[in-house]
Ligand binder design. Sequence first.
Ligand SMILES: [Zn+2]
Length: 325
Amino acid sequence: MDFTQILGHENIIKNLQNAIENGKVSHSYLFEGEESMGKKMVALSFAKTLLCKEEKLEPCNNCNSCLKFDNFNHPDLKLIEPEKDLIKKEEIDKVIKNINIAPLESNRRIIIINDSDKIGMEGQNTLLKTLEEPPSYINIILITSNSNKIIPTILSRCERIKFYPVESEKIENLLISRYNKTRDEAKFIVHFTKGSVGQAIELSQSQDFFNKRDETLEIIHNIVKGDKYKAFDSYDFFLNNKENYEEILDIMIYWFRDLIIYKELGNTELLLNRDKISLLSSQVFLKENQINDIIKKIINVKQDIQRNVNYQLAIETMLLSMQEV
Ligand SMILES: [Zn+2]
């Protein structure tokens, strides 16, 4: 792993490399921005560069330090991840207790805390004391997609680096060249994952997701064509995929939004489901107000389930009301 494998974030990487070059690397950073955009990849590549024996702007990938880093057993790197949505105070205590141990392999010791907003109040206060006076060889990188859950006194002690979504076209090109997707498939994935590179790659490799999408679209087709028997049958599909209900309901919402755009504008670049135009065009008989009603119902059901309304009841009601429009 190194900077060259990261998609986008060129300015951030350039700034971090400038800091290395000018000897201005901060003791504490906060990498913030939405989930799976590459913050952790950048943090790890930065850490690897800082620890590399060659002391250049990219890791050499050959020295002892780089090799240990790649094998996840570098003694001067500590990566902390939440367990069951929580970073325990004991975990932070342990880091603080060991903070005065000098580096073993390199000139620095680097602590990366992923999802650092998952540290509780007590843990954050403990961490704060270290951020106030870190030993000279320590660099801490906090990563978060939720900086409003981090106490302001920590935020003010970090150099904050904001990550923005990578340009759609760049992700599309990656999915096409490396994951064998067609342009239309790549467009769909990029829109569906809202610019998250990590999720886009994950979906690209998931045949299961595409099967689910096909099944979902078939169910929609049966319902709007008025096949009541098959529509009722489709409840099993929702039951079997309860864990992925949000994904499936999103597929449905995007589909019906496309149907409205298609009715208004025809075959257009704006469509998400461009790879399914013939199916889409076979449903244009639905009126716009009907489609809007369906979208509203799906959005309501999604919120109901999030609020713990009975899953079976919510889905059945949605399927029935979709048939009645
Ligand atoms: Zn190296």
